[in-house]
Design a protein around this ligand. Structure first.
Ligand code: CUA
Length: 313
């Protein structure tokens, strides 16, 4: 269970299917448990040592073989296993249908953040917006090691395997924010690979997508203009993309609309002026092992970069 995540609260058809299987399996196991405990209790009372079987008395009559009992204890578990098999196969069909079309969204796990790419051309990080009520086919990839995409309220977990894309359907029943995390140990910052899925009404999603497609605005202040120059000169541009400034780099999160996101470092910090300043000065302080090095920026340079990034709404 992930701290802070509500357990057992399905919010998608896939999650409902998995939740249903959990309940059915629990029911079957509860009946078996009650039966075993009941029989043990019955035998303990009914056949306890007393009368001729008291300590010191001769061995009771020994029974060898009982055809009907043997058939019963072979057939009963077989039926139970077949019922569970059928229920599981049905859930797999509901929670993991095969991909039959182009994906609506490509999510790539990186050490240690998530990249989301949409067919429209939108590229963002860690905060994945989806239209509520839509059945989305999501292609899961990895850029480096094995990660695992898991948003419990929206369905099953699935590995992100380098070189072998996997698919999953995601459908949020209602608008809301659904939290998830990387669920496969992937290195020192595995714990800080949080996922936020923001499900919105179609109109709100379309508006978000239109906004995300806009290129970064030209710097509005002198300070921000200096920040934009530093972004290129201090090598940020080698890893991060900002549409209009440098678009090839995909090693680190796209920053074109950085200020529109709520967190930094895949959830390790809230996104405010202060945290952004701290993060730029020394990312290793907040996310040790992160692939973003400390660039030893001066206070002046940091301020200019923050001024620029704050304009990237
Ligand atoms: Cu990525 Cu754990």
């Amino acid at each position: 269970m992930v701290p802070g995540l509500p357990p057992l609260s399905p919010h998608s058809p896939e999650a409902h299917a998995i939740f249903g299987l959990w309940n059915e399996t629990l029911g079957v196991c509860a009946v078996i448990f009650a039966l075993v405990v009941g029989l043990v209790a019955y035998c303990v009372v009914r056949f306890r040592a007393r009368g001729p079987h008291a300590p010191g008395s001769p061995e009771p009559p020994q029974i060898h073989g009982h055809k009907r009992l043997e058939i019963a204890w072979t057939a009963a578990p077989f039926v139970v296993v077949m019922v569970l098999f059928e229920l599981t196969a049905r859930t797999m069909g509901a929670s993991d249908p095969p991909p039959m079309r182009e994906p609506d969204l490509v999510v790539t796990g990186h050490q240690w953040w998530w990249e989301a790419r949409y067919p429209s051309g939108v590229v963002t990080a860690n905060e994945i917006h989806v239209p509520a009520g839509k059945d989305l086919l999501v292609r899961i990839e990895s850029a480096d090691v094995i990660h695992d995409f898991w948003v419990p309220e929206l369905g099953r977990k699935i590995d992100a395997t380098p070189g072998h894309p996997t698919f999953l359907t995601v459908q949020a029943d209602a608008p809301g924010t659904y939290l998830g995390t990387c669920a496969e140990y992937c290195g020192v910052q595995h714990a800080w690979m949080r996922i936020v899925v923001v499900a919105e009404e179609q109109a709100a999603f379309d508006a978000w997508q239109r906004k995300q497609l806009e290129p970064a605005p030209p710097p509005a202040s002198r300070e921000a203009a200096r920040g934009a120059v530093l972004f290129r000169d201090r090598t940020c541009v080698k890893c991060h993309a900002i549409t209009g400034l440098g678009e090839g780099a995909r090693a680190a999160p796209d920053l074109t609309h950085l200020a529109s996101r709520a967190t930094l470092g895949a959830g390790v910090l809230g996104n405010t002026k202060d945290t952004l300043t701290g993060w730029l000065k020394d990312p290793q302080l907040y996310k040790p092992g992160s692939h973003m090095p400390s660039l030893r920026l001066t206070d002046d340079e940091t301020q200019a970069l923050v001024a620029y990034f704050e304009e990237l709404r």
